[in-house]
Design a protein around this ligand. Sequence first.
Ligand SMILES: Cc1cc2nc3c(=O)[nH]c(=O)nc-3n(C[C@H](O)[C@H](O)[C@H](O)COP(=O)(O)OP(=O)(O)OC[C@H]3O[C@@H](n4cnc5c(N)ncnc54)[C@H](O)[C@@H]3O)c2cc1C
Length: 437
Amino acid sequence: MDCFAETEGKRAHDPLYQRRAATTPATGVPVDDVDSVVDVPGAVIVGAGPAGLAVSAMLGLGGVAYVILERCGCIASLWRHRTYDRLCLHLPKRFCELPLMPFPVSFPEYPTRDQFLEYLESYARRFAVEPVFRRAVISAEYDGESWWVYTKEVITAAVGGEQAVLGCTMTVYRSKWLVVATGENAEPVVPEIEGAGRFKGQMMHSSEYRNGDGYAGKRVLVVGCGNSGMEVCLDLCNHNARASMVVRDTVHVLPREMLGRSTFGLSMWLLRWLPVQTVDRLLLLMSRLVIGDTARLSIARPSLGPLELKAVSGKTPVLDVGTLAKIKSGNIKVVPAIQCFREHGVEFVDGRIEDFDVVILATGYKSNVPYWLKEKEFFSEKDGFPRKSNGWKGQNGLYAVGFSRRGLLGVSMDATNIVEDIVQRWRDMGYESSESK
Ligand SMILES: Cc1cc2nc3c(=O)[nH]c(=O)nc-3n(C[C@H](O)[C@H](O)[C@H](O)COP(=O)(O)OP(=O)(O)OC[C@H]3O[C@@H](n4cnc5c(N)ncnc54)[C@H](O)[C@@H]3O)c2cc1C
């Protein structure tokens, strides 16, 4: 990190490192007042979730200078602030660990959310990853030589017992490499449903749901039947709420475990020897034996098998953790798509009208890359994912970590590839990497 310290030292003489009005380099569009410009000789990493932490840790070990920027005031904000209390990793821990550091042996096969956060905190400490917090990246673009990464910090203070916004500062980071680690789940997706404004009950996205406290006896409609929707329903049911779940599309629900092994692990193992269609047939056969015919519960399966569907569309199968049993016992009701909201409930597409006290939208998340990255070749403007599946490297020193729709396993693979590439370039530029010292 010596060269980084050197750059910091040179800042005092850098005409760029002072408050001034700026224009974005590629477009010449004026931006708000820039308070400071920071030159980073290595990489700027955007996002301090598991992906940003993994890249930072490995770059640090490789001796590459970097800065990691995070919009929230903590690492792994998705896990800390936008997940429900009963959440455990959906996959066994060996498929979720970050490079260089396994989970503690004392952790269960499926660590809880708090254990996962504990692991990430100790990961950051062990590899001395220190993000710059409350730095939301609002724009980034390449000027032919460097990446210009514009960040905004909202300054607040406690005034009269409340947090008041005192102002904003803008800092620009300039770097050779830009690593996008803002995640597949950066922003909640809220669908437009007719009459939503009319509904007088409580409506929220699943990212705001913590637990079923206070829902006992309430009529709750959960919109969406992915992993989150299913589990929120189960939690509500365990808290004596009257839960209904909207199932609009076909979906594959698989038991979390089969033949004493995790379904995910078993699938990976079978794929080593068998073609995907054969593995799919086996998975569906075993699912039928373990959980029965889900179509009889109004949850029809897609025509493609679970792994093939995942490969062609990115749609992840749901791993059942107990919701199906509650549907079978009639404690959770399955309902069709919503036609429109009414004042006290909804009308479904089959014409049925029902009253609800609460609606929880378990309608997923989306990438926010198109909102801030001024680049269109590597990242698709449409969904904010790399255009090429499993793409981790774009042009001009641009990288993407954690966009392969393969969860934390994909994060580790991307991070390893990216760091190998950057360390090589770092050496080519004449800097020493820690390996060559
Ligand atoms: C409920 C739930 C359960 C899940 N369970 C599993 C599981 O069991 N196993 C698994 O492999 N995967 C799971 N996932 C997927 C999981 O999101 C990822 O595997 C993991 O969190 C990805 O890490 P990430 O760093 O890519 O993204 P994130 O964890 O989303 O981190 C991205 C970070 O970037 C920050 N950020 C975003 N935009 C900006 C910006 N403009 N400027 C600065 N910072 C920004 C965010 O605040 C965030 O801290 C789950 C997801 C959800 C929603």
